[in-house]
Design a protein around this ligand. Sequence first.
Ligand code: NDP
Ligand code: X2W
Length: 334
Amino acid sequence: MLNTLIVGASGYTGAELARYLNRHPQMNITALAVSAQSADAGKRISDLHPQLKGIIDLPLQALKDPSEMAKGADVVFLATDHQVSHDLAPRFLDAGCVVFDLSGAFRVNQPEFYTRYYGFEHRHVDWLAQAVYGLAEWQADAIRQARLVAVPGCYPTASQLALKPLVTNRLLNEAQWPVINAVSGVSGAGRKAGMANSFCEVSLQPYGIFTHRHQPEIASHLGIPVVFTPHLGNFARGILATITARLQPDITRQDVAQAYHNAYHDKPLVRLYQQGVPAIKSVVGLPFCDIGFFVDGEHIIIVSAEDNLLKGAAAQAVQCLNIRFGFQETVSLL
Ligand SMILES: NC(=O)C1=CN([C@@H]2O[C@H](COP(=O)(O)OP(=O)(O)OC[C@H]3O[C@@H](n4cnc5c(N)ncnc54)[C@H](OP(=O)(O)O)[C@@H]3O)[C@@H](O)[C@H]2O)C=CC1
Ligand SMILES: CC(=O)N[C@@H](CCC(=O)OP(=O)(O)O)C(=O)O
């Protein structure tokens, strides 16, 4: 049995982590934490997330002293903002915990990336260099050795799972950058109220055009440049990415199908479509990334769908935990 602490447990991804870890046969939740000054400290998690009533009713505790809270914890999940994770992860790592960070604070091993895209200076370059990028289907060997797993962002998970089989098999004509258009539900912005995620303000609309931090995250881990345009949709959760790319001459649909089969036939949380088209309604509430593809001559369109809070965050974090500690990959997820 491993003792675990969830920091940021009152948030959207934190609550999903609490649900998964509470039913995980190898995990014991020692505490659910929020910030030291949180208005929610002392409330039960199920008061904020009533779907958890009778399932997990633990109180939320103010995180006053990370070293104290780390005592007795083997594993810590950080479901916190990037800069909070940046500050907290080394404290828990120094206390000997294995850390799974859902934020972007340790995903890209280039300190200047943080100044440019996250607006803060990275002060833990040693941990940044040691962090393992937790794209679970592709990084299992590294995850097994990791002290710090940087769980990928929601858009980067859907985008990379769709493109990686084509990139690694050199099926793409790299003269044409893949174009990723992805739509996310509003929960992607977190639980905190704000004008951008206010009900009356949300409308289907692209944002972060040519500037979103997930473009360099995707490009650096894929190893090829991409054009990435996120869109906000007027629904609560789910991401749908429609990706247009060009194949090398003479690559057939069969070659593409073989590449996807080889990559994912033994990966239980990626579902390949032989017919039909992935849709958000097929993955909401589930830990899968669904992928379909369509070839017309040298043109290919790949469609991937996931729940941003699950395969795009909490489910992938628990999948990484399962890989890290040698549990079956889908324990508590399916
Ligand atoms: N939402 C999504 O689809 C995805 C999110 N992510 C990433 O996961 C992380 C969490 O996202 P999400 O769940 O949406 O965020 P939320 O805004 O919903 O939740 C954030 C949580 O962090 C807590 N918190 C804030 N400051 C601190 C602090 N200093 N110490 C401890 N806890 C703190 C908040 O509680 P309080 O303020 O009351 O203290 C709350 O529990 C972010 O880094 C996000 O970028 C990654 C992939 C997908
Ligand atoms: C709809 C929405 O606002 N989505 C978030 C992405 C959420 C995510 O994956 O998060 P990371 O910040 O952890 O990379 C955004 O575009 O900033």
